[in-house]
Design a protein around this ligand. Sequence first.
Ligand SMILES: Cc1cc2nc3c(=O)[nH]c(=O)nc-3n(C[C@H](O)[C@H](O)[C@H](O)COP(=O)(O)OP(=O)(O)OC[C@H]3O[C@@H](n4cnc5c(N)ncnc54)[C@H](O)[C@@H]3O)c2cc1C
Ligand code: SF4
Length: 495
Amino acid sequence: MTAAQPTRLLYVAHDHLNFDHGILKTADSNTDALVLVESQRMITGRPWHKERLFFLLSSARHFAAEAQSRGFTVRYIQAPTTIDGLKAAQAEFGNLPIHCAEPSSFRQYQQLKDFGVDFVENDLFLTTRALFDLWAQKQKSFVMENFYRAQRVRLGILVSNGEPEGGRWNYDSENRLPPPKNYTWPAYLEHGRDDIDAQVATQLEHEPTNTWATTREGALSQLANFIEHHLAGFGPYEDAVAADNWALHHSLLSPYLNNGLLHASEVVAAVVDAYRAGRAPIESVEAFVRQVIGWREYINGMYWFLGEDYRNLNLLNADRKLLPLFNDSSKTQMNCVRSVVADVEARAWTHHIPRLMILSNLALVTGTNPQQFLDWMREQFIDAAEWVMVPNIIGMATHADGGLLMTKPYAAGGAYLSRMTQHCKPCAYDPKKRVGTDACPFTTLYWDFLERHKDTFVKNHRMSQQVFGLKRLSDLPELQERAQEVLAGLDAGTI
Ligand SMILES: Cc1cc2nc3c(=O)[nH]c(=O)nc-3n(C[C@H](O)[C@H](O)[C@H](O)COP(=O)(O)OP(=O)(O)OC[C@H]3O[C@@H](n4cnc5c(N)ncnc54)[C@H](O)[C@@H]3O)c2cc1C
Ligand code: SF4
């Protein structure tokens, strides 16, 4: 039955699309009207990847339609800003109180608070902000591994009597294999499109891929497909970058975890069930559980713990403008970079290692301004949100926080990339060379980066050996000269 006279307005943000958590956990269709706002600012405020906009808008419209079919009064309002949309709802229903789950960025939190919205705790994560603070305040350094082990025990996941199942907390040494040769990757799910999708696609003038589901049903089928075809191989190849497959055994679940269509608890439960049924080995199951209850929760916790100003840190004083190749994959000859940027252009996604060791590594060793790089990543990725991009970019990827999150910068030269990717063989550059016109730009820039920051890194015990390695480079002056040529070529889009 639809409520004739609602007494509360429940604001459902585009990343809170969940009936069992957040503000809808206690919703009553007899007394509550649901309000979703598609703000113009959200669509045109920045040069967003259209695949990303398509996914977010279509998911929200499907969710609104589902809420209506469950008997709720629903308003899906298009307005210049979120606040304008909420004002329009209040104008229609009378000046009713508005409630929502704690928003997922500082900015939205402040805007809604200033407008007088009441918040309930955001339980779309497994760790409340208060609980994370308790953990963080006790730490000397914020080591994710320590948080993760505490999470395993607290949540009772893959532990018995306080000890890890399988005897170890961490199976990284079994994982991290290079990409396999002559391997048949299972096909990935294609998601069908319906009328709502078609309307959103027309509005955005975008032809969407079939990669991303826009309904809970589709998200659940993605989860089932992952468990069936990919979970067992997830661990060993989680760090590999293949030339013949863009997704490998990754789950492709982050968009749904981040917009609410899936909850971390159900994803982890399904994976642990598969383990209990003997369908996947511990090294893959543990590796995946670590990502979801460890990394994901840690990143969200740190976002709130570190505060709003953390976003602006630039402790390596990196001031290069964003390279043209980030907005056009044809502006580089570097095969690994071109291929990864082309993947992002195609479907707004690439897995963790291309994000970290190719895109971010390039931003790091070229001295690209971290905030410009952050904005680009934020605009281009299907699963991007402020809470997740800020710590990943400012902390993990660009070391712009001076090591608050990660004890060492993730800088690497061609040797690492030629081991973990299949991109070097057909590349115009040679990963082993650091000088000369065919030297791998990553190799040249890696050493140049260390040289530029040696005074800072020599004090870091995890970096000092690499800094001492500079002393063995007899060709350092030549390398530094080549690095200037490479940087100029990257700025010009010719390298
Ligand atoms: C520079 C950089 C930027 C990133 N930006 C985002 C982002 O905007 N949104 C996002 O969801 N993830 C981000 N990640 C983390 C990770 O790369 C993606 O979650 C993952 O690639 C998504 O694909 P998947 O669902 O197939 O992940 P899988 O490899 O199957 O992993 C499972 C899940 O673990 C979680 N996870 C793993 N690592 C992280 C992490 N570092 N932070 C948060 N969650 C994590 C995700 O929810 C992911 O769905 C970023 C990582 C780096 C290094
Ligand atoms: S040689 Fe260097 S630039 Fe080319 S693919 Fe390998 S790592 Fe990338």
